[in-house]
Design a protein around this ligand. Structure first.
Ligand code: NAI
Length: 337
């Protein structure tokens, strides 16, 4: 098969060359863009990461495309409905990062609760070994954490929260009472989770139902002084509402690994391009910049998955996905025909 991979590091390319040596391989360092299309006209399989946006237009211009293998759990960067119409299979890596992303989630929670960033900044940049009220944090033990979404990642966060002796509330459209008893969490209505949690952590996929799940109104129902953690997808939160929540003091701290419109933040030249159409996108970019400058906001650059072990798991599964597709089996397909 003709397979085109995007956004890979050298060690990944070497491993792919060895393991998929019977296929015709092409590698591109950047995300899939307009200028690549003419070079991959015969491609049957795309191996991509989340910054390659696979639109209906791109699909139409790759007439031989049969499989899109995304090297991520989330697949909201791919027009799945259009893939269905065109009979193009899409597979993902469903479980590479469950503990990895959960560990990052707790890194953000602890960094906020123990004022880690300003503490380190004081010693490293100001060379001051002094403490005061501005570095005062809060204990996690006895606090309530509300998990919105308790699938692969949320479950691990719940286990870790139990280790910190937190009270754990979970809101999920799917309930597993056995798991709740085993880990020691309680299912709650969405509203109750909002009003009772000290820390709210998001672990839902991004889709039309979770778009701006955290917004002006839901922030309004949260406890004063709540902390919000987001390692899921940026647009689960309405960024402008979040900025207002922080400015008013309703939200005491935020730890996020994902930003609404993060593609544009990574590459601000994109603001000048056609695909960057509406002025509300521009407002989101500005809101993101405001967030980045706020003292009580910690932002990591979509790095929660980025551990050596997780990357190896991603690569192994992607290679297996392509293998099994080429041998007629169906593995990790986001949808099947
Ligand atoms: P998962 O599919 O195992 O779990 C998602 C959970 O959310 C499920 O239990 C599901 O029932 C629940 N859910 C779905 N829609 C809901 C709704 N409207 N309201 C309440 N609950 C809902 O997914 P997993 O592996 O836990 O990952 C969650 C998300 O984390 C992914 O979709 C992805 O966007 C993000 N992610 C971020 C990474 C990063 O590096 N920051 C890395 C990996 C995933």
């Amino acid at each position: 098969m003709d397979i085109a991979f995007f956004e890979l590091e050298n060690w990944q390319k070497q491993e792919i060359k060895q393991k998929l040596k019977n296929h015709r391989l092409a590698f591109f360092d950047s995300p899939l863009k307009e200028e690549h299309i003419s070079k991959i006209k015969d491609t049957q399989v795309l191996g991509i990461f989340i910054y390659s946006k696979i639109t209906a237009d791109i699909i139409d211009r790759l007439p031989k495309l049969r499989l899109i293998a995304t090297m991520s759990t989330g697949f909201d960067h791919i027009d799945i409905e259009y893939c269905k119409r065109k009979n193009i299979a899409v597979c993902n890596v469903p479980t590479y990062g469950e503990n990895t992303v959960a560990e990052h989630t707790f890194a953000l929670i602890l960094a906020l609760s123990r004022k880690l960033y300003p503490s380190v900044k004081r010693t490293r940049e100001n060379h001051l070994f002094e403490t005061d009220i501005s570095l005062r944090g809060f204990d996690l033990k006895g606090r309530t954490i509300g998990l919105i979404g308790c699938g692969n990642i949320g479950k691990h966060v719940a286990r870790m929260a139990a280790g910190f002796e937190m009270d754990i509330l979970v809101y999920d459209i799917y309930k597993d009472e056995k798991l709740a008893r085993k880990i020691g969490f309680r299912y709650a209505e969405f509203d109750d989770l909002l009003t009772e949690s000290d820390v709210i952590s998001l672990h839902v996929p991004y889709n039309s139902k979770t778009h701006h799940l955290i917004n002006e109104e839901t922030i309004g129902r949260m406890k004063k002084g709540a902390h919000i953690i987001n390692t899921s997808r940026g647009a689960v939160i309405d960024t402008k509402a979040l900025v207002r929540g922080l400015e008013s003091g309703k939200i005491a701290g935020v730890g996020i690994d994902v930003l609404e419109g993060e593609g544009e933040i990574k590459e601000e030249m994109a603001v000048l391009k056609d695909e960057f159409k509406s002025s509300s996108d521009l407002q989101t970019v500005l809101a993101n910049h405001v967030l980045m400058k706020m003292d009580n906001v910690l932002i990591t650059p979509h790095n929660a998955f980025n551990s050596a072990e997780a990357l190896q798991r991603i690569l192994n599964t992607t290679i297996e996905n392509i293998f099994s597709f080429s041998s007629g089996k169906k593995e990790n397909l986001v949808w099947q025909h």
